[in-house]
Design a protein around this ligand. Sequence first.
Ligand SMILES: Cc1cc2nc3c(=O)[nH]c(=O)nc-3n(C[C@H](O)[C@H](O)[C@H](O)COP(=O)(O)O)c2cc1C
Length: 176
Amino acid sequence: MELVNITPMNFNSNIFHLWDKKWFLLTSGDFEKNEFNTMTVAWGSFGIMWNKPFAQIVVRPTRHTYNFTEKYDTFTLTAFPEDYKTALKILGSKSGRDGDKIAEAGLTPVASQLIAAPSFKEAELHMECKKIYHHKFEPSDFLDGSIDKNYPGKDYHKVYFGEIVNIMGIAAYANK
Ligand SMILES: Cc1cc2nc3c(=O)[nH]c(=O)nc-3n(C[C@H](O)[C@H](O)[C@H](O)COP(=O)(O)O)c2cc1C
């Protein structure tokens, strides 16, 4: 797959569709040390904060991936061609705690360009992010009563903002 460097200003894709329908793999850890985990995510955002382009993700403390987003400074968000939906379903339903779900999903971790957290050979979009802010959701701050229904186990997400330091993708993700 031919990938090109894309600046945040040149990134051109429907981000609502990307998050809600296409989904991402969130991967945190260190490729060189062979210490990392990945999981499927569909809640998050992209934008500008503190004059930096960011990706914002939310991770429940019950996820194995949480141990990595807590310990490591970087994470990647990767998006895949439609053929990989089954792989994303495996990675979003099984835990890395219980076995090698990445091998089961048929994906190949590869080194990122600028950060320690890995990307995947099969991805069509790679976003490399460096953590700049984190905070645990505070249920007393939910202003819409329906939000709490997402937390029957009271495992409130931790939100992380990562500065986007590198984007690689197929040409379809860039302005013409
Ligand atoms: C489409 C989809 C979206 C998901 N989005 C999130 C998310 O944004 N945050 C989260 O904490 N879990 C999310 N999950 C759940 C995790 O991917 C799932 O619990 C996974 O098995 C955790 O793996 P781990 O224990 O190896 O970290 C999502 C699952 C799916 C299928």
